[in-house]
Write a protein that binds this ligand. Structure first.
Ligand SMILES: [Zn+2]
Length: 327
């Protein structure tokens, strides 16, 4: 299992939840947007629950046999369940295997721990199968469900779990955390804004070179507005960068454009605040009503991306719409 990423903004939740590990609810649902460290939290909790000699504040010792097995990803009393691939469901067979695991006695620890990542990816049969386990949990077992979209889990499953909400930390905490990981000073604010305040997501964007990609995307939006670029050829480039990433950014850009159209380039809370003067130029003379219509189209396209529809076609449609908005 991954090395634990230390997230200082978890300390309060950690303290509340681990006050008495013996009384921890048998099922937890860690929910919140991507990039807040929910999985790291789940792993840390598993390590503490399995540690042979956890210390104050439920800290795992880091050196007992259990801690070493967790670190190596081979602890026999810990099971990780996740989709076989991103975008694929968690299947009923995966959950059935879990039933076998959970209903036998622990091998070395006091209890068994299950972490389910992307729990919202369970299909209906899988969720029903899990529900049976959660309704009559094997004594001592702890189930930790992790989800970026907890509301997509069936209400029956959610109601069996104690919900633990994760929210973006204060800006300073995110900035300090990113700086410790070598992110250039001066870029942290923009990255955090682009990541909706989620530090781990901001780090992913930094490591993927997203700031350079964003510069290209912004250039394309300007060039299409000037009619010096063809929407279809630009859509092919966006497809190469990843439709989901591009549309997510575009949604934030359009929201920025609407704010600037109404309040000027000093509008508060701009995601692309470092490009405020270019935002002002990009939105100059556009019809606000049409911009709202465009914003709806982008958000619909993001939803449609989850269906089998071709991403390239969606991007072409969106960029052709953008040209129409600017005419
Ligand atoms: Zn230990």
């Amino acid at each position: 299992m991954n090395e634990i990423e230390h997230c200082p903004w978890h300390e309060m939740q950690w303290a509340i939840l681990t006050r008495d590990l013996a009384r921890l609810p048998h099922a937890l649902l860690l929910g919140g947007q991507p990039g807040l460290g929910k999985f790291a939290f789940a792993t840390r909790l598993a390590r503490s629950l399995l540690c042979d000699s956890s210390g104050p504040e439920a800290r795992a010792c880091g050196s007992c046999k259990s801690c070493l097995l967790v670190r190596a990803g081979t602890h026999p009393d810990l099971r990780l369940v996740e989709p076989a691939e991103e975008g694929k469901p968690i299947t009923v067979d995966q959950v059935r295997a879990l039933v076998d695991f959970a209903t036998t006695r622990p091998h070395t620890a006091q209890r068994k721990v299950v972490i389910m990542r992307s729990a919202q990816a369970m299909n209906l049969n899988a969720a029903n199968s899990l529900l049976k386990l959660l309704e009559e949990p094997p004594l001592g077992d702890v189930f930790v469900l992790v989800s970026d979209r907890p509301t997509r889990l069936p209400a029956t499953v959610r109601s069996r779990c104690q919900l633990v909400d994760f929210n973006p930390p204060p800006r300073d905490a995110g900035t300090a955390w990113l700086a410790e990981r070598g992110v250039a000073v001066g870029k942290t604010d923009t990255l955090l804004a682009l990541a909706g305040g989620a530090p781990l997501q901001a780090l992913v964007l930094w490591e993927a070179g997203f700031l350079d990609q964003r510069a290209e995307l912004f250039d394309d939006m300007e060039a299409i507005r000037r009619h010096t670029a063809d929407p279809v050829s630009r859509a092919a480039r966006w497809q190469g960068l990843g439709p989901e990433l591009c549309l997510e950014w575009l949604q934030r850009l359009v929201s920025d454009l609407i704010k600037v159209a109404m309040l000027g380039d000093g509008a508060p809370g701009l995601v692309n605040a470092d490009l405020a003067s270019r935002l002002q130029a990009l939105v100059e003379g556009l019809n606000l009503k049409q911009l709202y219509g465009f914003a709806d189209a982008v958000s619909q396209a993001r939803e449609l991306l989850k269906s089998p529809l071709d991403g390239l076609l969606l991007l072409e449609d969106i960029l052709i719409r953008w040209r129409r908005v600017t005419q």
